[in-house]
Design a protein. Structure first.
Length: 363
């Protein structure tokens, strides 16, 4: 099969042996696959990321010099079944799946595992019990967005919102936009969203953000304070706020969706007291914060990663039923040959959100 391979810190198109499904697995043909921001971070900071995952005992690992095929946001078509499958989905069925496999060798994150190539390749092997049939006439490219949209659903669940909070989403790339969509779908708001890119701010508004902010022109938390119905003249960093005396604005929940060093610390400085900060952006480099800031403000800091299988399934259902309109997220499409150039484009992504890889017939 043809595949885009990261090998020795370089992306390139290679010809690889076709994967062979093992017991309980199916062989699938990739139909569509999204390029994730984590793929860019992993390509640029592979060794730092893998070292950090090892330190934290997070079971995501691969050997960079052996080559890895990215791609964990995919829709595929079943071609064949391995031994021991019950064949509940026949060949030709379009499917999605959570991007991981667990077998006797351990946990494998599809797309970040040498043994399990992802959707940057023409073929994959998936575990049958994880498959979900793509409902009805949902286009394959929208079905492939189940994975990034499930990220937003899980992040909102991690925030444990009670309904009175005013959320602010920092960064309107695909992750931030998925959080905006999940917040609005769950009925939370008003939602404040901030990004330097005019195009991404426009996308955030299109997908439901109530207030969009250009941080180059106005401090995002000043806009949040207005949306939070603060009393006239309220100083969110003053003693009345610190001691929670008198009338207060609605609670703040911030979602950090960029994933670059320094932004968690910067956001902690800007947050009003007793805020919650949910870190959704995947920073793969060493970072640092000032604990005294969080202590003095009594901030709640949590991190969000991935999703539960039931959240993934519910997201696919919402896409099929039209409760989530993901089409505006797709800003470009490429073939395998165009993936390296797409990576360069996404390193300066002002005009883009999600670039999809479309797979044609194998040659």
């Amino acid at each position: 099969m043809r595949a885009i391979v990261l090998r020795n810190e370089r992306l390139g198109l290679e010809s690889l042996p076709d994967p062979t499904p093992e017991a309980g697995e199916v062989l699938v043909k990739t139909l569509a696959c999204g390029i994730c921001g984590s793929d860019l971070h992993m390509a640029d900071h592979c060794h730092d990321a893998l070292a950090g995952l090892r330190k934290g005992r997070v079971p995501v690992a691969f050997e960079p010099d052996q080559g890895v095929v990215f791609g964990h946001e995919f829709c595929a078509e079943i071609l064949d079944h391995g031994p021991g499958c019950d064949k509940r989905y026949k060949a030709g069925t379009r499917v999605c799946s959570v991007p991981y496999a667990v077998n006797a060798q351990g946990f494998h994150h599809i797309g970040y595992a040498n043994a399990y190539p992802g959707g940057f390749g023409e073929l994959m092997r998936l575990q049958e019990h994880s498959l979900l049939e793509v409902p009805g006439d949902l286009p394959s490219e929208l079905a492939a967005l189940t994975e990034p949209l499930a990220i937003g659903r899980h992040a909102v669940a991690r925030a444990r919102l009670a309904g009175g909070e005013v959320p602010i989403v920092i960064g309107c790339g695909p992750v931030g936009l998925s959080v905006v969509m999940a917040l609005k779908a769950a009925g939370f708001g008003p939602v404040v969203a901030t990004d330097f890119s005019p195009h991404r701010r426009q996308l955030a508004e299109c997908l439901g953000a109530d207030i969009v902010v250009d941080p180059a022109e106005r401090a995002p938390f000043d806009c949040w304070l207005e949306a939070a119905e603060a009393p006239q003249g309220f100083d969110m960093y003053g003693p009345m706020a610190m001691l929670s005396i008198g009338a207060q604005p609605r609670p703040c929940v911030a979602f950090e969706c960029v994933g670059v060093p320094g932004l968690i610390a910067r956001t902690m400085l800007d947050l009003p007291p007793r805020s919650r900060l949910v870190v959704v952006g995947v920073c793969m480099q060493t970072d640092q914060i000032e604990p005294i800031v969080g202590i003095g403000k009594e901030l709640d800091l949590s991190f969000s990663f991935g999703y539960r299988p039931e959240e993934f399934a519910a997201t696919l259902t919402d896409l099929a039923d039209g409760r989530l309109d993901a089409a505006p997220l797709i800003t470009d499409r490429v073939t395998l040959d165009g993936v390296p150039a797409a990576f360069e484009t996404l390193r300066h992504p002002g005009d883009h959100a999600k670039i999809l890889i479309q797979h044609g017939d194998r040659t």
